[in-house]
Ligand binder design. Structure first.
Ligand code: ADP
Ligand code: MG
Length: 393
């Protein structure tokens, strides 16, 4: 968690003193434990909020201007609340600007000016959802300051809409949902189609979640993501010959799919669909084994997920594969997989607490030897969703 007193000092250096008080809000990053590329197919995902994320300091102003600043990225600007529109040169500021615009569209207009300072602890563009985190902290903070109701499911939907329509990124609901609705020591079982969800205790005992960042930029991801989405839609069209009522792959069970997969003539499309159907099944199996406290079985499901993303969905790439391969060689590792959209970004592994240092040393060394890249590691706890920080400022 950010050092609030140090942040407050930065805030006053940037914006000066005022008689109004400063409030602080925090939204986490998230890691998806299992259930990858299932969200847009109407399937289950199983993410968890992290203990690190984005902090926002906010203070009302006397006029109708909004001050934007971040400790992470350059650019500082004051923009009138009446002139908030997408501008490419405003770069990161488009995320919080979009939240103001969409809040107004949904009937929650911000009525006065504010100064804002963001501080992020999530590496940007690594698949831990720094974008959802900045969106959700902005929405929650503004609704709080204005005295509006704060429904975290509605906040997640508004943040997703902002990212889709204002920023122009075609993301599903998982990231914003996890960031808004996380709960300490629990993962979230979320059905992306209906938004039904439950918090599932994640008691990892002596095992830690270790995130490994490949530090490989996710270059290919946009075009490959769109291609995978359309292949899943094609699979649905073939399968509708047997199941005319379905609209999404996630509406079929594994048994139903197996009984009809011969109807998909294209081998690649068939592989994509098989991943989706089996991955949804792995999420449901994960809930059962975690309820029985069988972490070893959960670890095996994580490995199954990675192998399927590598062989059937083909979204891993040499860096993620090298990191997972190295992870699985370390004693005390129950499972390891890529997390996020793929082609780069992060892996998540379940590592015995006594093996964490060996894991970081050994996986780091082997990964660098294979790829020439230097990874970063984060030993994680599962934290809460978006919240107000009550420490006096
Ligand atoms: P991811 O969500 O996987 O981290 P994205 O590319 O979706 O990656 O979002 C990253 C972008 O979100 C950054 O490039 C920046 O524009 C914005 N952002 C996230 N956190 C901050 C922050 N603390 N300050 C300013 N901008 C941020
Ligand atoms: Mg993002």
């Amino acid at each position: 968690m950010a050092n609030l007193q140090a942040l407050k000092k930065t805030f006053v250096e940037l914006y000066g003193d005022s008689s109004a008080s400063i409030a602080a809000f925090h939204a986490p990053g998230r890691v998806n434990l299992i259930g990858e590329h299932t969200d847009y197919n109407g399937g289950y995902v199983f993410p968890a909020a992290l203990t690190f994320g984005t902090t926002m300091l906010i203070r009302p102003r006397e006029d109708r201007n909004i001050g934007f600043a971040s400790t992470n990225l350059p650019l500082r600007k004051q923009i009138s609340i009446d002139e908030l529109s997408y501008q490419e040169e405003d770069d990161w500021m488009n995320y919080p600007k979009g939240i103001f615009v969409h809040l107004a569209k949904e009937g929650f207009p911000v009525t006065k000016g504010y100064d804002l300072l963001f501080h992020g602890e999530i590496p940007n563009g690594s698949g831990l959802s720094s974008s959802a985190s900045i969106e959700v902290v902005t929405a929650f903070g503004l609704l709080s300051m204005e005295g509006y109701p704060k429904d975290t499911v509605k906040i997640a939907l508004l943040a997703q809409k902002t990212e889709n329509q204002f920023v122009g990124v075609n993301c599903g609901i998982m990231d914003q949902f996890a960031v808004a609705n996380g709960k300490k020591d629990h993962a979230i079982l979320l059905m992306c189609d209906t938004l039904e969800y439950s918090h599932v205790p994640f008691n990892s005992g002596k095992y830690k979640l270790v995130i490994g960042n490949t530090n490989k930029r996710r270059g290919l991801v946009d075009s490959a993501y769109n291609e995978r989405r359309s292949q899943c839609e094609q699979a649905v069209t073939y399968l509708q010959q047997q199941y005319p009522g379905i609209e999404l792959l996630g509406q079929l069970s594994l048994e139903q799919f197996n009984a009809a997969k011969h109807l998909i003539p294209d081998e690649t499309v068939s592989k994509r669909a098989q991943h989706v159907i089996e991955e949804i099944d792995r999420v449901l199996q994960s809930i059962d084994v975690l309820k029985a406290n069988d972490l070893e079985a959960f670890g095996k499901l994580m490995v199954g997920s990675h192998n399927s993303l590598r062989d059937l969905y083909e979204v891993t790439g040499p860096e993620l594969d090298a990191m997972v391969e190295a992870a699985l060689k370390v004693q005390g590792v129950l499972g390891s997989r890529m997390t996020g959209a793929g082609f780069g970004g992060c892996t998540v592994s379940l590592v015995h607490e006594d093996s964490v240092q060996t894991f970081i040393d050994q996986v780091g060394r082997e990964y660098t030897e294979k790829t020439g890249l230097t990874p970063s590691f984060y030993v994680c706890e599962i934290g809460n969703g978006v919240e107000k920080l009550e420490e006096a400022l």
